[in-house]
Design a protein around this ligand. Sequence first.
Ligand code: SF4
Length: 290
Amino acid sequence: MQPLMCSIRAAVCGYCSGVKQAVNAVDAQLRAHPRGAVYTMGPLIHNPQVLSDLAERGVQMLSESALPKDLSGAVVVIRAHGISPQLKAALEARHAEIVDATCPKVRANQKKAQQLTQEGYKIFLAGEQNHGEIKALKGYAPGCIVVPDPKQARKAGARLAQEEPDAATVLLGQTTISPAEYQDIAGALIPYFPDIWRVDTICPATQQRQEAVRALCATVDAVIVIGGRESANTHRLVVLAHDAGKPAWLVESVADIPSALAGYTRVGIGAGASTPDELIATIEKHIQAL
Ligand code: SF4
């Protein structure tokens, strides 16, 4: 007999390699220092269940604006987004032991930004002004200009073209920016700097999760996306499913599973890059029992 409802997982969903590495780094430190002080620099990932689990296991979160005066004996794990060299120096000055779990792809971007700044390039950074990755990257490229969207890119391009018409310019992006957004921002700068060098900094992890949800939409009646409300890439997956014409919900925990799901025969499941496998499995089980 045909089941009343079946759920189908997106081909790619959940933790990306950078997030997995950061979570594993904290686990390793907790095992190595069962009674020691283990901190993360800011929230390790955008997932409330993982953060509360870490807090229960004794992990404390540091805030850049309120660093303790002395971190002797403390281990501070740097999250996948990385930190600026200035913040790293501040932690070292407080005698913290730093465990750097910056994602290798983010690290490569930081090195590129540093090298290009030293070579005299004027850097435009496509990304969100207050995103942790951009905040860290800015520290490697003093004088860079953050351009969150094409409108601001046009303004910034016009200003720089007036002040330094012969500037050698380069565009770098947040690793999670969409190729279309990156292209639009580049297009807004080109009238002012036709030779602007566009460096490919986009990480395929976000794209892969989006393509997987897009493919899923072709085979299901409704979609749930599992992930934290603070996670931008999770929200984008919900929007993408809506754009594909499917009813879609963001589900952070079992309590968020919408009762309306019971009315659909085939439910697709996607998940953001900071959603743990265990949470996906738990929610999947509940859905199948609807
Ligand atoms: S999305 Fe890509 S760049 Fe960002 S942490 Fe994950 S693997 Fe690294």
